[in-house]
Ligand binder design. Structure first.
Ligand SMILES: [Zn+2]
Length: 503
């Protein structure tokens, strides 16, 4: 059942607007199930000329259940929304001005605009605040940007995230991680619509009893032994799991791409250049085949080339979105089991949403850009192990760390480096899902540790047997645990969960 119920009243709406509202409400409720909006009928509102006068609307006594008014008219002061504690108004008029700087906007642009308004006023209602409590004068892409220059609102729709300051403000006002997640889920939907994509409407439902049974019945596949030191570190909550692309390629992970490129599975890391090459053909109508590369340096340099050809701000974000955000039908056993381990952190180099959708409700997701926020969350003695996407998240191109120049940028981010340093120095690291088919992916993950100046902590890696020797030779200080088949991996994680105090 929804935790929050809010009442909606409509005012001066024509039929088109009404249909649009209904459509957006559907998206809103598909995106999350924490906040429920209920249409309660029509209300008269005070006017100034032919516009709604918000200043006269704020009563002395606030209603018990929050009230949101949707008007088909403009507001007297030209704002899109206003909120005062439990009362809010949203205008559906003039959304086109948000897209004045765009030569073309997606069909769902008005939906994105209205949904964004809902996300904002509900955020403010939850913190019991008013517009000026949170507003950013400068456009940074946060939900709470003022966007005095109206076309900036389109930027806000494409980034649609809640910045560190606003998250912190919300937590201080007693807003829970689950509630923030719900708003963030609505923001994800806004972003997809504004990018002209079909949003993934809801996370696949977790079947916890299936996991319980799997853990209960799990038997470690023959021949495999888990080092005692790893078991101990797990029991003492000193293990950080670092997850690589192999986990998104497990046999039971089910995803669906749109028709555009005809892809059927997420790429392994080494397949990314091929995918970018397809995107170059599609968006730029150029044929550029990836080269054969031997070193990580060459690989990353080539990716930069594709990034430049696609256009850093133009088609590169779209290509990243195309490649890494298929709809996730089932995130698979191994990904879900990771959250059952007795750990403080889950780090991943993956850009996709498989691990995000595996997470229990209320799990905060941070990218390296939110390193400070992530540290505060950990320090605050939290309830859920957070997911830290150390190479960024596909839905926010400004966070992606894939190419050489993007690595360089990451290497200059002091808060991130300091966080990694803490993690890698105080924790035993267990690498999962690396080396399935990629010769270089673990190099990249290890580099993260070295970048942070903390290469000396104890490290373990679960690796497919055919890769083990090569990796062991390259990284003598990693304790390699080998297994034979993809399907062994969930069994090994389940064994760890069962025998180290997981749940
Ligand atoms: Zn903000």
């Amino acid at each position: 059942m929804a935790r929050h119920q809010m009442n909606l009243f409509i005012h001066a709406m024509d039929e088109t607007q009404m249909n649009q509202l209904k459509q957006v409400l559907e998206l809103f409720h598909q995106a999350q199930d924490v906040i429920e909006l209920t249409l309660r009928g029509e209300r008269q509102l005070p006017r100034y000329g032919n516009r709604v006068n918000w200043d006269q609307m704020v009563p002395e006594i606030q209603p018990e259940t929050p009230e949101i008014y949707i008007t088909g008219d403009g507001l007297a002061d030209n704002w899109f929304t206003h909120t005062h504690q439990k009362i809010a108004i949203i205008s559906m008029r003039d959304w086109e001005v948000a897209f004045l700087d765009d030569d073309q906007y997606p069909i769902a642009a008005p939906d994105a605009n209205l949904l964004l308004s809902f996300a904002l006023v509900i955020f403010l209602i939850l913190i019991n605040g008013t517009d000026y409590d949170v507003v950013h004068e400068r456009t940074i892409g946060c939900l709470c940007d003022l966007c005095a220059h109206k076309p900036d609102r389109a930027i806000k729709m494409r980034t649609a995230f809640i910045c560190n300051r606003c998250r912190k403000l919300a937590s201080q006002s007693g807003v829970s991680a689950v509630e923030l997640d719900a708003i963030q889920a609505v923001c994800e939907c806004v972003r997809a619509l504004a990018l002209g994509r079909t949003p993934q409407t809801h996370a696949p439902k977790a079947q916890e009893d299936v996991l319980d049974n799997f853990i209960e019945d799990s038997i470690l596949p023959g021949k495999i032994t888990i080092p005692i030191r790893l078991m101990e570190a797990c029991r003492e909550k000193r293990v950080t799991v670092v997850v690589g692309s192999g986990l998104s390629l497990q046999n039971d992970v089910r995803i669906i791409y749109g028709d555009k490129f005809g892809w059927t599975r997420l790429p392994s890391w080494s397949e990314v250049p091929q995918r970018l090459s397809r995107a170059v053909k599609y968006y730029r109508n150029k044929t550029i085949e990836p080269r054969d590369v031997e070193t990580l340096e060459e690989f990353l340099t080539d990716l930069d080339y594709f990034r430049t050809v696609l256009g850093e701000k133009m088609y590169y974000p779209r290509a990243i979105f195309d490649i890494f955000t298929p709809k996730i039908e089932n995130p698979g056993l191994a990904n879900r089991l990771i959250y059952r381990l007795p750990i403080q952190w889950i780090l991943t180099t993956n850009y996709d949403f498989v691990l995000s959708y595996s997470a229990p409700p209320g799990t905060p997701v941070f990218t390296w850009r939110e390193a400070m926020q992530a540290r505060e969350y950990i320090d605050s003695g939290n309830y859920h192990p957070p997911l830290l996407k150390i190479h960024g998240c596909a839905s926010r191109a400004d966070t992606i760390v894939l190419t050489k120049s993007e690595y360089r940028q990451l290497g200059e981010h002091a808060e991130y480096l300091s966080l990694m340093n803490t993690v890698f120095q105080s924790q035993v690291v267990l690498f999962l899902g690396f080396g399935f088919s990629d010769p270089l992916d673990i190099d990249s993950a290890i580099r993260q540790a070295e970048l942070a100046g903390a290469a000396q902590g104890e490290k373990f890696a679960l690796l497919p047997i055919e890769k083990a020797n090569a990796i062991q030779e390259k990284f003598a200080n990693i304790h390699v645990i080998t297994y034979e088949q993809h399907d062994d991996l969930p069994k090994i994680i389940a064994h760890l969960v069962k025998n180290t105090g997981g749940h």
